[in-house]
Design a protein around this ligand. Sequence first.
Ligand code: NAD
Length: 408
Amino acid sequence: MINPFKTAQAQLLQAAEIAKLDSNKIEQLLFPDRYVEVSIPIMMDNGNQKIFVGFRSQHNNARGPYKGGIRYHQDVNLDEVRALSFWMSFKNAVVNVPFGGGKGGIIVNPKELSAGELERLSRGFVQKIYPLIGPETDVPAPDVNTNGQIMEWMVDEYKRITGHPKALAAFTGKPLGKGGSEGRAEATGFGGVYVFEEAIKNALGGVVAGGSVALQGFGNVSSFFAEAAQGLGFKVVALSDSKGGIYNEQGLDLTAVAAHKKQTGSLTDFAGAKNITNAELLELPVDVLVPGALENVLTADNAEKVKAKLIVEMANGPTTPEADAIFAKRNIPVIPDILANSGGVCVSYYEWYQNMNNEAWSKEDVLEKLSKQIKQAFNDVYELQKKYNTTFRNAAYVLAAQRIIDKM
Ligand code: NAD
């Protein structure tokens, strides 16, 4: 079992060594400032009380309030939450938003709860952590298995308990019309393509417009990435979901794929493409590979077999350190998650800013700002990649760590 917290620490230490960063500050950054474990008693629909366990980890707030999602999953554990809060500090610093890193989670399979139980659990979590969070302190958001509705309950509970005049800004990822921002749904996928656009401008990996793209996943992030990549003239040849993938080397009709998925509940057996496994998808002869679903899918076992010329990490933590070393040796550039998928938190910052200042920006404004900000982040990382002749991941960590250290 790969411990994500150990992976995160190893990534930082490697980058710190390359750029000879302040070792005392790096030592501090290896550990979260604080984390809590809370028990949340919930009255279930059957009249029995059940205790759920939740976590919140606050990694570093030198650049601004802690910021990061809350996930609901049966496998959530403290090391995972600590790692995710760690990555948030660096992601926010790479894309240059004035936030630190935080993350939370509850050990629960939300599909086993009724709507009422889910609401009581979400409000119960806020009752336990409200003294630690707030618009100027720590701003949670949705993550795996949490959504705008859950944020709405949490904001409401936070406001009820604290009466904070800017309670709306205590959580992001809220629904539109309830304090949410235009463009948030598209932000991560489109943001990844804005980064990708800069990468191909520089012919990274020798990739040029018109090439082929294989995407693992067809959820929020990967479907918007696919749409925007097609808009840039790329051919999306493979997609997948948890049940398997589909492949057509001539390119897929995304609208028809979405309709098929809606109708049948899976991508499998889509007319005009052949069925493949998720493992096969990762090894297709394509120009660009985009892991956009799960962590730890590119490992020492398959990294030698990957044929893509460029990898864009849209999921969090899809590449193990061993696979990373293999890609570096094979000269396959990997645009790291903390840069490629930072569009989501960038627009979360815009949401927080709009809430704090009673503003409402249009989708065009949001996406234009995002494009500018995330492309700048790519170019800042690219400069360091060239300067240190290292991987994009190391360069992104050097940039982020230095920005955090400057404020510590
Ligand atoms: P999502 O739930 O909308 O989509 C997840 C996709 O992964 C679905 O298509 C699902 O079918 C697929 N999937 C699930 N299990 C799988 C399996 N075993 N094999 C292959 N595919 C599988 O989630 P999302 O919001 O698109 O997030 C995807 C990734 O991007 C996650 O790693 C998430 O942490 C990361 N991310 C998301 C955001 C965001 O704004 N949504 C921001 C940054 C990072």
